[in-house]
Design a protein around this ligand. Structure first.
Ligand code: NAD
Length: 498
């Protein structure tokens, strides 16, 4: 049995708590490794290490920090296949999708390579006689990231690449379900030339999370995961005076207008709803055809495609989707399908009883498709996070737009149409953070910024892009005058600009 430990001060730190979490291979259902869960004292040791490394790293010039990121970029590229294989063996997503997970993280590293430019401040010359004002962005100190199981490479890189390039040191608390890739990334950061202590990995559960949330040495917390935990992390971090961005769950809608090309819509939906077994925070889980005719046409095209989805082991290169991450999650998704039937939705395709020959103990599930789902049903209101698509029929454009706008989640949304006016109106009005126009999964590229609205995100600064740089730095503004003012004598009135 392989044991996975912490990474601290540039090397493995063996967990001494005696408490471990099981790491499964979702394809076989076997426990393939154990991950050490940190005690509070171990978490504090790791935070102390990051705090010690901070002054030296903050004093390293931005260009030298960027060079580390350039080397890290090359190393991740070189080890991409190895990382993807490790990732898919613990997560269950199929290999090409796992490579995409690594690639989307790498793009944030590429963004972080431009840090000297991104950290430039502003300068106002002679705002008054002899008076200049300038600003600079400075790192915060020790920052921490708490990440979900579903993107074990991309989400950690969203966070630590920007934080570290800005001059902070970082403590990463990855998901206990797939903890190996984060450790490998930390090793590669050291190989790239980051000094020991700049990137640390703290393995564990709530005990580890609570330690980073309450330790006064941690300045900022970035969280991605489910909404209840996001809310807990946000409020606890705030109560301890930390800045916090906490991304939560989702229920992403795709509006299908009557003029949309049904072939394109079907292709887009099948990938966006069922890819990665629906375990993506930007997966489409609700399709909203406008008008009965559109709805009937959509179901007719979609149902056979869902029935013929190619479900395969995670090491497959050509399967459409792999298994769900754990038995517990499999049971939860299955429970939602049972619930949908009880609630009166029409189960057009039932993926519950799939078994894969040779992998009978794996957590495989076929695609499920519900029609005539209504907004009062729990399968509409709650996040299922599995290969299940609900169709909610809307009478017209306004009703279709109201659905995602009124939903408590507000991560992503898409509209498929050939009408520019409808698309433009939709993009302007919809009460959701990320919008796709004929793009089913509108994950912004790294130089833009990622973040939902409403219960999908707490805090006011998004992940990566210029927003990420703002999150991981504080701004200092200097107002300076050289001594002619002193010669003029002291002034006891409030300063005003002339
Ligand atoms: P999760 O909330 O169960 O876990 C996320 C992290 O929180 C993990 O590191 C976990 O160890 C920790 N955690 C779990 N329970 C905790 C507790 N009681 N106290 C403190 N920490 C705790 O989420 P998950 O199942 O790993 O990931 C799936 C969820 O993440 C979905 O809801 C998905 O929508 C969401 N997600 C959101 C985004 C986004 O950007 N909005 C991106 C990816 C995933």
């Amino acid at each position: 049995m392989r044991d996975i430990h912490h990474f601290c001060g540039g090397k493995e730190l063996k967990g001494g708590s005696g408490t471990f979490g099981d790491v499964y291979n979702p394809t076989t259902g076997e426990v393939q490794a154990r991950v050490a869960f940190a005690t509070r004292a171990e978490a504090e040791q790791i935070i102390a290490n990051a705090a010690e490394a901070f002054p030296g790293w903050a004093a390293t010039s931005p260009i030298a920090r960027a060079r580390v990121m350039f080397r890290f970029r090359d190393l991740v590229e070189k080890h991409k296949d190895e990382l993807a294989a490790l990732l898919s063996s613990e997560h269950g997503k199929v290999l090409p999708d796992a490579a995409g997970d690594v690639q989307r993280g790498l793009e944030v590293v590429e963004f972080a390579c431009g840090i000297p430019h991104l950290l430039k401040g502003e300068y106002s010359d002679s705002v008054s006689k002899g008076l200049d004002v300038y600003s600079m962005r400075q790192p915060l100190g020790v920052c921490a990231g708490i990440t979900p199981f579903n993107f074990p490479a991309m989400v950690p890189m969203w966070m630590f690449a920007v934080a570290i390039a800005c001059g902070n040191t970082f403590v990463l608390k990855p998901s206990e379900k797939d903890p190996s890739v984060p450790v490998r990334l930390a090793e590669l950061m050291m190989e790239a030339g980051a000094p020991p202590g700049v990137l640390n990995v703290l393995q564990g559960d709530k005990t580890a999370v609570d330690a980073v949330l309450t330790d006064p040495r941690v300045q900022a917390i970035s969280f991605v995961g489910s909404t209840p935990i996001a809310q807990y992390v946000y409020s606890t971090a705030a109560a301890h005076g930390k800045r916090c961005q906490a991304m939560g769950g989702a229920k992403n809608h795709m509006i299908v207008m009557p003029d949309a090309d049904m072939e394109q819509v079907t292709d887009a939906l099948i990938g966006a709803a069922y890819g990665s077994a629906g375990e993506r925070c930007m997966a489409i889980s609700v399709a909203v055809p406008v008008g009965e005719q559109t709805a009937d046409a959509l179901i007719e095209k979609l149902a056979p495609r869902v029935r013929s989805l190619n479900v395969g082991p995670s090491h497959s290169h050509d399967a459409d989707l792999g298994p769900l991450v754990t038995k517990q999650h499999y049971d939860k998704v299955r429970g939602y399908i049972d619930l949908g039937v009880t609630e009166g939705a029409e189960l057009v395709v039932d993926g519950r009883d799939l078994t894969l020959q040779g992998y009978e103990n794996g957590y495989f599930m076929g695609g499920s498709l519900f029609d005539r789902v209504t907004p009062d049903m729990r399968i509409y209101k709650e996040e299922i996070f599995g290969p299940v698509l609900s169709v909610v029929r809307a009478a017209d454009f306004d009703q279709a737009c109201a659905l995602p706008s009124d939903h408590e989640f507000g991560n992503g949304v898409a509209i498929f149409t050939r009408d520019g006016d409808a698309a433009r109106e939709f993009a302007n009005k919809v009460n959701v953070g990320m919008v796709g126009v004929n793009v089913p999964i509108p994950v912004p590229l790294s130089f833009h910024t990622f973040g939902g609205w409403k219960k999908s995100a707490f805090g006011d600064t998004n992940q990566h892009g210029p927003e990420g740089v703002r999150f991981y730095t504080h701004i200092k503004t200097v107002t300076g005058r050289w001594p002619t003012g002193v010669r003029a004598g002291a002034d006891f009135s409030i300063p005003t600009v002339s």
